[in-house]
Design a binder for this molecule. Structure first.
Ligand code: NAD
Length: 260
């Protein structure tokens, strides 16, 4: 494969995606960053990821809850860089609510942003990876791709589906030098989780620190948040030739959550 490696990371203006973008820039990859914000709003994230980078990251805006924009994202990256060598499907949202109160529009938004967008990016990138005889697809699923929690059924369903997509794509691409894996983090302190901390504190009438200790981290045996660096380093590891036989699997980084 040619250098630099071209990497598209969806939802890389914040949290886990931004940490991976930073790690990939540091590794000398040409990173295509993505978010739903406009270019001005995304500029601080690009500055963080691109600091000292050999290849400055380039930004692509698309609202992944809109099917047409979702389908256009990977083709836009391919148009600019000729191919995608590394694809990280990271964009995702959460909504915590009992399923009998969940509106279809909210359910569908979760599915579209995580699952449908992964279909679209894989569908566009895979033929060129096959042609090159090399590729890496990394889907950021969740411990909820392997286990359930109450009031998160749409998210749990979507993440289980992402794990299924991972396995199917791995089988179809295994003979082409392409791997496809799902990283399954436990709780990482990002804006997505900060919102849950606030919501849980309010729902249980406790302070945010109590909500972290008694609710959020109750199921995470280490009782500590997983660090962004842990996810970013694994996402980098999977890109190496040393990881060529790791495919179709889930990699838990969850402080022991799924040991139970
Ligand atoms: P985050 O909220 O910090 O970042 C989410 C990213 O997705 C942002 O870049 C945002 O722009 C993008 N995004 C959201 N809605 C979008 C839309 N409509 N169109 C385009 N982009 C959109 O969240 P995070 O915690 O970094 O989560 C990243 C991924 O990791 C998600 O798939 C999440 O489910 C997964 N995950 C997170 C945790 C955790 O504890 N934080 C645990 C397991 C899995």
């Amino acid at each position: 494969h040619q250098e630099p490696k071209i990497a598209l990371i969806t939802g890389s203006t914040s949290g886990i995606g931004l940490a991976i973008a930073q790690r990939y820039c540091e590794a000398g990859f040409q990173v295509a960053m993505h978010g739903m914000e406009n270019a001005d709003q995304a500029a601080p994230a690009l500055a963080i990821a691109g600091k000292g980078a050999k290849h400055a990251p380039v930004y692509f805006q698309a609202d992944l809850s809109d099917n047409a924009q979702s389908a256009s994202l990977a083709p836009a990256v391919i148009q600019q860089f000729g191919r995608i060598d590394i694809l990280v499907n990271n964009a995702g949202i959460q909504k915590v609510q009992p399923i009998d109160q969940f509106e279809y529009a909210d359910f569908n938004r979760i599915v579209q942003i995580s699952l449908d967008s992964s279909y679209h990016t894989i569908h566009a990138a895979l033929p060129l990876m096959k042609k090159a005889g090399w590729g890496r697809i990394i889907n950021i699923a969740s411990a909820h791709g392997l286990r359930a929690s109450v009031n998160k059924a749409p998210y749990v369903a979507t993440k289980h589906a992402v794990v299924g997509l991972t396995k199917g794509v791995a089988l179809e691409s295994a003979e082409h030098g392409i791997t496809c894996n799902a990283i399954c983090p436990g709780f990482v302190l990002t804006p997505l989780v900060e919102k849950q901390v606030r919501d849980q504190a309010q729902a249980h009438g406790m302070s945010e620190n109590e909500a972290i200790k008694n609710v959020i981290l109750a199921g995470q045996p280490t009782k500590k948040f997983v660090g962004l660096d842990e996810i970013a380093e694994m996402a980098f590891y999977l890109c190496g030739d040393w990881a060529r036989s790791i495919t179709g699997t889930t990699i838990s980084i969850d402080g022991g959550w799924t040991a139970k």
